[in-house]
Write a new protein. Structure first.
Length: 207
């Protein structure tokens, strides 16, 4: 079934109705997750603004058609693209409605960009960065700092353990030296009493 190409003449009087389907406009508005609840009055105002914008875009495109040597009745895509490129208040649509290119022209542009070194593996020009890449580098630096901090803590723990081992060794040496200086310290009380008696006997004999 062919499209309905019957032109809709814009109304010169305010009738309170719109040419575009209001229910479909509401569906498009509700499909956007960034937009909250939209009232009926707001949806109607958006529909009327869309109609006015489309009328202006079509008028400017038709002016481009009339400027040709062989004017046509139908407006094509290239007419809209030329209007966007020439009319100042439509320049914000240059990315949405670019001028048509042939395949050879597209390949030539890619070759020129590759030769000038503006295309990188990630599709960014020189000196450009993405937010994800920047955050990824900062995250890597943070992980490195955390690992360095963990290694320093591990080194501190190892040093504390070494100090404790050294203190234990010193205490053992002190106890050994005390035992060496006092050989009776390792003897039982009976042996110590016998030794004292023998010492007294020797002293009395000498006296």
């Amino acid at each position: 079934m062919p499209y309905n190409n019957t032109p809709i003449t814009p109304s010169t009087e305010i009738t309170g109705t719109c040419a575009l389907p209001l229910a479909r406009v509401k569906k498009i508005i509700h499909a956007d997750e960034d937009i909250g609840p939209c009232s009926n009055n707001a949806a109607f105002a958006i529909t009327i603004a869309t109609e006015m914008f489309l009328q202006h875009l079509v008028e400017q495109s038709y002016n481009i058609v009339k400027s040709e040597r062989k004017p046509r009745r139908n407006i094509q895509y290239r007419d809209v693209a030329n209007a966007v490129a020439r009319v100042e208040n439509l320049e914000f649509l240059c990315d949405v409605v670019p001028k048509p290119l042939t395949y050879n022209q597209y390949k030539q542009r890619l070759a020129e960009k590759a030769a000038s070194g503006k295309i990188k593996s990630n599709g960014l020009a020189k000196g450009q960065e993405t937010l994800d890449g920047h955050m990824g580098e900062s995250a890597k630096k943070g992980d490195e700092q955390e690992t360095n901090g963990a290694s320093h803590e591990a080194m501190d723990i190892d040093e504390e353990e070494d100090d404790i081992d050294e203190d234990d060794d010193r205490m053992d040496q002190v106890h050994e030296s005390e035992h060496d200086e006092d050989p009776d310290a390792t003897k039982s009380p009976e042996e110590q009493a016998d030794n004292e008696e023998s010492k007294e006997y020797i002293i009395e004999g000498k006296s």
